[in-house]
Design a protein around this ligand. Structure first.
Ligand SMILES: *[C@@H]1O[C@H](CO)[C@@H](O)[C@H](O)[C@H]1NC(C)=O
Ligand SMILES: *[C@@H]1O[C@H](CO)[C@@H](O)[C@H](O)[C@H]1NC(C)=O
Length: 884
């Protein structure tokens, strides 16, 4: 039988989040509603490295004895792009093709003029847009719909979230949601929740699990589990199904390269928060009166509670004119927070809307605070503006306001625009925010508006880096996506993608530079292609060219965003580029449409899916991006004093071309003073740990913790085999040995070379290297430990002491009477040093700076008995109570 009156399709697309598809229609007999039985719905999600590929398939049969219309609705994220749609009627497949919108529109209009139903687009809720298609199905015929969409999941507040909207209008025999997640960094948490379901049902219908790189979620309610009550025939599946996860963050970055395309994810952890100067520019015009001003107050009061004492703030209120809380920015001390609370509680709404003067006042306050140094030098500034309507007082022409604001901010800090409700020109707010490196967010007029406001503030409350730049070696990269960001916020992620000039590269390097709360940081990422390929090897079960598609997705998204503020030739060019890519990669974007074609008759094209174009969109793009690591050359191999292994001390005497060595036996837990200089304020202490052997006589000991402190700079570093912590006064930064990062500030530089060593320099003239010794994790006896090397000490004073420090100043020793010892390969000799006459033995110690696995042998005279006679005093004189 021919597919009944085939050309009858409706397609609708709304804004953007996850989805699922279900025929709709009122219902009665079990599983059959108005003659149509939907017998299967499957949502299959495959996520590889944040890039989600979702397929929604629904199958139905017309059980009635006349032709019926069957509809298929899917709500998908506004940030997703549809990439495919096919319709199959009685075994005949009508594939979808992506066409330029103008071309598709003609076909659409023709279809409509012939009385065929066609494209329909509407927004649906806050994060979703809706795709709808209807088709007429002959009696007894079967139909199946398959929709595919893709999106890059963005990290917000520490996790990736995927929403699937679930709302079948009837009970479905086979209903299934299945998600497979593959993340090369390893999955650290995974959860799945359904807003509509009881725990009882969750137990048996929902399974979720993850292990290393793979995660899996499955939701398969039986017919009985779908019933809203034991005897009901309507479905309780109605609401959001949400999958959330995050990946391991031991390494600040991750780079993946496949077929010449790369993606670089960057989200360092453990950095102190940069203090903020925040100006809230709040609309108190008449339309805010009532619930809106009440909710705004609630949100601001909550935000004040979360304000950090290092932050500075002010409130600018605008209606027809502008009033301010304080004349200047004030520090968020407990007293000023209390005053701010009173001010907020007394806010009243009334009058006109003068956005221009409100914003300009706030911006000029931030500029002045910076000029007169009223705010900390390393702080960062942001303006958060909230309005619920269009400007109608003062300068009210949007173009002119944008120009004024742009000229006042001059790219120095971001502007975030919050649009409260629907009664406003959101495009204007968005365009203004985007051209000032910020973003716009819509606050929906609802009972949770205060939570939406707070939620937005939380996302920008913790900047960890400012002025972030991601750099790749010159001439190695093409078609790079955005690589500079004003802020990296805690809980977000920076993602950069691009193409390699040379597909067969052996290694790949990138630097991410940024200003932290107390110092400048450079994270370097160097990728070994072999290692990376190994890490990606388990991914075959997921689609192959995901990095190329991820790159295309990100590029199109950024081109479309730029296009919003472009004019003339530039806009044409951006449009042309975005269109080319949309067609090439089969993405339904605001520039393209999906056309479903009847195979045997290419003239007859009927269904159109397109993406809402210029309407309000809610770009929820907290600057995100990505990654890094790298390796800098080792310090020159100059003579140096060091302690490594079972604490073996080696003192090199370059003048004599010789070296002395000794051991110090200490009980695990003991802290030994290695260096103390009262003049420069530098100290270095080391804590001894033992191996895992139960016998204390044969147990080896090592340094398991080192404390390096500079009292004058109020700076400390604690180095352990599992992490490195820096304190600048009270500000704390934590790094792992998987970082390659350079921390720079006046008179100090710390460089961590991934899994190898750490180089600490205090100005010019003091440099230490800490070497990481890693053993096999399950080694029965040994543990990870540290070696400590002094490669430059010439700026330390003559008063320096400690087990190593006492040898920084020249000292005399003489070796004579070399004779065979008890071990024929190791002669003994007599050493005269510090007025002692000692018997010493020729031996060697290893220097592990260059090669941590085998080391380089250095010959030395070994002083027995814990360096007795060589070191001043006895070993117990060097024991200190703690690391700092
Ligand atoms: C669209 O989906 C159909 C059915 O699964 C498939 O045969 C076709 O290759 C897909 N088209 C594209 C461009 O992926
Ligand atoms: C856009 O402009 C750039 C240079 O400004 C040019 O190389 C490119 O070909 C243009 N793209 C299109 C699609 O016109």
């Amino acid at each position: 039988m021919a597919p009944a009156q085939w050309p009858c399709l409706i397609l609708a697309l709304l804004s953007c989040l996850a989805a699922s598809g279900f025929p709709r229609s009122p219902s009665r007999p079990l599983g059959v509603v108005d003659g149509i039985e939907v017998y299967s719905t499957k949502i299959s999600c495959k996520v590889t490295s944040r890039f989600a590929h979702n397929v929604v398939t629904t199958r139905a049969v017309n059980r009635a004895d006349t032709a019926k219309e069957v509809s298929f609705d899917v709500e998908l994220p506004k940030t997703a792009f549809i990439t495919n749609f096919t319709l199959t009627i009685d075994g005949v497949t009508y594939p979808g093709n992506v066409k330029e919108k103008e071309v598709a529109k003609k076909q659409y209009e023709k279809a409509v003029s012939q009385g065929k139903t066609a494209g329909l687009v509407k927004a649906s809720g806050r994060k979703l847009e809706k795709f709808t298609v209807s088709v007429n199905v002959a009696a007894g015929s079967k139909v199946s719909f398959e929709l595919t969409y893709e999106e890059l999941l963005k990290r917000h507040k520490g996790k990736y979230e995927m929403y699937l909207k679930v709302q079948p209008k009837q009970l479905i025999k086979h209903f299934e949601i299945e998600a497979d997640i593959f993340e090369p960094q390893g999955i650290s948490m995974l959860d799945a929740e359904a807003s509509f379901i009881t725990n009882d049902l969750l137990g048996s219908a929902l399974t979720k699990s993850f292990s290393r790189k793979k995660g899996h979620v499955s939701f398969k309610p039986s017919l009985d589990q779908q019933r809203s009550c034991p005897t009901c025939t309507d479905s309780l599946l109605k609401g959001d199904f949400t999958i959330t996860y995050d990946v391991n963050r031991e390494s600040p970055a991750n780079v993946q390269i496949v077929n010449g395309y790369f993606v670089h994810f960057f989200a360092p952890q453990g950095l102190p928060v940069v203090s903020k100067n925040v100006v809230f520019v709040i609309d108190v015009s008449g339309s805010m009166h009532g619930r809106k001003i009440k909710q705004t107050k609630d949100a601001l009061l909550k935000i004040l509670e979360d304000m950090k004492e290092d932050d500075y703030l002010n409130f600018i209120l605008f209606s027809g004119d502008v009033t301010t809380w304080k004349g200047n920015l004030v520090q968020a001390t407990p007293e000023s927070i209390q005053q701010a609370r009173e001010f907020v509680m007394n806010m009243n709404a009334g009058g006109m809307t003068n956005i221009n003067d409100g914003l300009l006042r706030g911006i000029s306050m931030l500029n002045t605070a910076r000029e007169v140094k009223a705010v900390p030098e390393r702080s960062t500034s942001i303006v958060i503006m909230l309005t619920d309507g269009d400007a109608n007082a003062g300068e009210s022409r949007p173009k002119k306001i944008q120009e004024n604001v742009r000229n006042a901010i001059r790219g120095k800090f971001p502007l975030y625009n919050l649009g409260f409700g629907n009664n406003l020109n959101y495009n204007f707010l968005e365009s203004m925010a985007l051209e000032n490196h910020g973003l716009a967010r819509r606050i929906y007029e609802d009972s949770d508006a205060n939570l939406q406001l707070q939620g937005f503030y939380e996302e920008v409350a913790n900047p960890l880096l400012t002025g972030v730049e991601v750099e790749y070696p010159e001439n190695t990269i093409l078609d790079l996506t955005q690589n500079t960001y004003q802020h990296f916020y805690d809980g977000s992620e920076i993602v950069v993608a691009g193409r390699l000039v040379d597909k067969d590269l052996n290694s790949f390097k990138a630097d991410v530079k940024g200003h932290g709360a107390v110092n400048d940081l450079t994270f370097t990422e160097e990728v070994d292609m072999k290692e990376m390929e190994k890490a990606l090897r388990e991914r075959e079960y997921i689609f192959g060219n995901y990095i190329e598609r991820l790159w295309a997705y990100l590029t199109i998204e950024q081109l479309l965003e730029k296009r919003k503020n472009a004019h003339g030739e530039e806009k044409k060019n951006l449009t042309a580029q975005a269109l080319d890519l949309s067609l090439k990669y089969h993405f339904v974007t605001p520039l393209t449409s999906m056309v479903v074609t009847k195979p045997e008759d290419s003239e007859e094209q009927t269904a159109i899916a397109d993406k809402p174009g210029e309407g309000p969109t809610d770009a929820e793009v907290i600057p995100s991006m990505a990654y890094l690591t790298g390796y800098q050359p080792q310090p020159p191999q100059t003579p140096c004093h060091h302690v490594d292994g079972d604490p073996h001390f080696l003192i090199q005497i370059p003048e004599k071309g010789d070296a002395i060595c000794f051991n110090i036996d200490g009980d695990p837990g003991t802290v030994l003073r290695l260096i103390q200089d009262p003049v420069t304020g530098l100290t270095v202490n080391g804590q001894v740990i033992g191996d895992k052997s139960p016998d204390s006589k044969t147990r080896k000991t090592y340094f398991g913790k080192l404390g390096i402190a500079n009292a004058q700079m109020d700076f400390r570093i604690e180095v352990r085999p599992d992490k490195i912590t820096l304190w600048n006064g009270a500000a704390q930064s934590t790094f792992s040995w998987l970082d390659t990062v350079t921390v720079a500030q006046d008179g100090l530089s710390v460089r961590i070379n991934r899994k190898k060593n750490m180089v600490v320099s205090f100005g010019d003239g003091v440099t230490f290297v800490v070497v990481l010794h890693q053993v096999w994790k399950k080694h029965p006896v040994h543990q990870d430990f540290l070696g400590f090397y002094v490669v430059d000490s010439h700026r330390m004073s003559a008063q320096t002491h400690g087990l190593l420090g006492q040898f920084f100043h020249p000292f005399e020793f003489k070796v004579s009477d070399v004779h065979p010892g008890s071990d024929p390969t190791k002669p003994d000799a007599t050493m005269v040093v510090k007025n002692h006459r000692l018997t010493v033995t020729r031996g060697s110690q290893k220097d592990y700076r260059k090669d941590v696995s085998s080391g380089t042998k250095v010959a030395c005279w070994f002083v027995h008995n814990n360096g007795q006679g060589l070191i001043d005093g006895v070993p117990s004189d060097y024991i200190v109570p703690d690391l700092f």
